[in-house]
Design a protein around this ligand. Structure first.
Ligand code: GLU
Length: 471
């Protein structure tokens, strides 16, 4: 069999949204699995809605997700002459024709169809009419001759055989009167010319597939293999909305998701490998098949994504996480955090193994790291402030005394000293550790508090304590 060629064909009218990202991931994984390649085609023929910024965002989104394509991205618009050429060739072959209907005539046609209780369709008026009848003042469009009877069968790897009755497919336009191609036509010419063997895309394109097959057949071209994947729905089964997570991938980056986690999660949305929840990208590529794509709509679930992200954060290399934390802080405008992280590289690196199991997102990781570079006097958050009662401050004063006299500033030594002090005061260790955490970190959640003290060091620990206990 020839080399597998897939493509991702986004319209650059916005960001790379989560559904598009999944389509790209599947197209990429399939090509990788088969030792083939994925191409990137930017469907920018709609000049009013396509923007350069959106193209950049799409490319950034794909790169961030770690999906690569072969060669340069192909601009569909730049191929307009070729689309026109094929349309004219179809006319010459007798498979397409010029249609000179005015907008009024088309409207009248629709009215008549409606009155007859039929769907509003073009009625083939110019299909067999002689060009000599053409009105001089109308620039024609080119319409494809759709078969008048029988059916078009889309043989789909996900949907099975889907039959479309030709009576429902009219002679649609392939070239507009200004010489620009319609989307339906451009996609076919491009997929053919680019040697695409497998089209993987959302099932909102299934009826388009039937129309596109008419063009393939008219040109005598081989129809690529197709896999139309069910769209992503919200957890309630409704169409995915912004609230559900229908956002651009950059929004996920800004919320602190790791690309590997998003890949893993998106792969599970509409594809499965047994009950495996976690798999590496290499495993996904190795296991990927069109047959294992699910027929039912996938439901987007933030809680699952968080869970998977937490897993990837726990497993990640601290050096990598550190870079992601700094980049994320910068990207979301948390400049103080970015500065703090950069000024305390070694401490953050040392703290990360303690922080990783406690965070589900990179933003949470940054929150957890804040104690390292928080400026004195520490401003306790509400919960922490509630722990710093007068009574607790008295206890903290003795803690400060004990720690001040400690020769060895290590976790075991601090641990032993604190246990001894708790016993002496007849307190549970927690009664001592909780206000201590509140005083040193300003929070009620942090890594082990003795570890925190070692991380920030003796001087800083004692200074923070004295800020909270000094009269
Ligand atoms: N440009 C189309 C879209 O963004 C995809 C076309 C296709 O995959 O055939 O939905």
């Amino acid at each position: 069999m020839s080399q597998v060629v897939t493509r991702f064909a986004p319209s650059p009218t916005g960001y790379l949204h989560i559904g598009g990202a999944r389509t790209a991931l599947f197209s990429w994984a399939y090509a990788q699995n088969k030792g083939g390649k994925m191409l990137l085609r930017i469907e920018d023929t709609d000049r009013e809605r396509s923007t350069g910024a959106a193209v950049t965002a799409l490319i950034d989104g794909l790169k961030w997700l770690g999906l690569d394509w072969e060669g340069e991205p192909i601009s569909q618009f730049s191929r307009a002459a070729r689309h026109a050429e094929v349309a004219h060739e179809l006319v010459k072959m007798g498979h397409a024709y010029y249609c000179y209907c005015s907008p009024q005539e088309l409207e009248q046609m629709r009215e008549e169809a409606r009155a007859a209780g039929k769907p509003p369709r073009y009625n083939g008026y110019w299909r067999d009419r002689d060009a000599s009848e053409a009105p001089a003042d109308i620039k024609p469009v080119i319409r494809i001759k759709a078969p008048l009877e029988g059916e078009i069968v889309v043989r789909d790897h996900v949907q099975g055989e889907v039959v479309f009755k030709t009576e429902n497919l009219d002679d649609f336009i392939i070239l507009r009167s200004d010489g620009t191609p319609t989307y339906m036509h451009a996609v076919v010419v491009d997929d053919h010319d680019m040697g695409v063997t497998h089209i993987i895309r959302g099932d909102d394109h299934l009826t388009n597939a039937a129309r596109q097959i008419i063009i393939y057949n008219a040109m005598g071209w081989t129809v690529p293999e197709m896999a139309h994947i069910p769209l992503i729905h919200g957890p309630d089964g409704a169409k995915l909305s912004k609230r559900h997570g229908a956002l651009g991938v950059e929004a996920y980056r800004q919320m602190g998701y790791l690309p590997a986690a998003l890949r893993n999660y998106l792969a599970r949305l509409g594809w499965s490998h047994g009950d495996d929840e976690f798999f590496t990208t290499d495993q996904m590529v190795e296991w990927f098949s069109l047959e294992a794509l699910n027929k039912g709509a996938a439901r987007f679930d933030f809680a699952k994504l968080e869970n998977i992200n937490g897993h990837y954060i726990r497993e990640a290399d601290p050096g990598y996480l550190y870079e992601v934390m700094v980049d994320t802080a910068k990207e979301v405008g948390r400049d103080e955090d970015a500065k703090g992280l950069m000024a305390n590289h070694n401490t953050v690196m040392a703290a990360l193994p303690e922080l990783q199991p406690r965070a589900k997102t990179v933003l949470e990781l940054i929150d957890l790291a804040q104690f390292i570079y928080a400026l004195r006097p520490i401003q306790p958050d509400e919960k922490a402030a509630a722990l710093l009662t007068d009574e607790a401050r008295v206890v903290l004063a003795s803690v400060a005394d004990t720690l001040g006299g400690l020769a060895d500033w290590s976790v075991p030594s601090i641990d032993a000293a604190m246990r001894a002090l708790a016993e002496e005061k007849g307190l549970k260790l927690g009664k001592l550790a909780q206000p201590l955490r509140a005083a040193l970190t300003g929070r009620t959640v942090s890594p082990g508090i003795f570890e925190v003290m070692v991380l920030i060091g003796r001087d800083e620990s004692l200074a923070r304590l004295s800020d909270q206990t000094a009269p």
